[in-house]
Design a binder for this molecule. Sequence first.
Ligand code: 2AM
Length: 177
Amino acid sequence: MLRLFAAIALPEDVAGALSRRQSGLPGARWRPADHLHITLAFYGEVAPRMADDLAVELTRAAVAPFPLELAGTGAFGDAHQTDAIWAGVAPSEPLTVLAGRCRAAGERAGINIEKRVYRPHVTLAYLRGAQPDRIGAWMSGHNLLASPPFRVDRFGLYSSVLTHEGSRYTLEREYLL
Ligand code: 2AM
């Protein structure tokens, strides 16, 4: 079984600018710059045969290349605990369409995909034991986060393997827009 997701990798300069913000929050396990991405669809554990079908179906998901910008920060979690902090993505119709098509490609391949509202983001860190006041300070210190527009001209099918340092991703297949 392979743990698979479709995602847009960030250009090096955009990832580099984000990585300079990855400090000043004890309890944050910062994600490496070369792993920063925007997930389009998460497929979970997929059998090899279905993964092959998915790789083929994704060739039908492409939209025309489009510009994208990062904007703001946010967090996932509940009232008791923040699990992750992320950079936001400015609203983008083509991104929503591409994500919907990646999801549909998974469904055509027979994958049962969790029904969740799509909230595009770039996870910067997973948190363990971070103090709420420090999280608040980090968020307000970075709430003006923004990137220049960058052109999205490809996306990838990635596999994810859990290691001691967090999950490692491998690009399995790349799709040009
Ligand atoms: P995250 O960045 O918010 O953790 C690889 O794990 C990628 O798939 C990550 O970007 C992760 O989102 C996303 N992901 C993991 N589990 C998911 C799920 N159940 N639903 C949607 N996305 C998920």
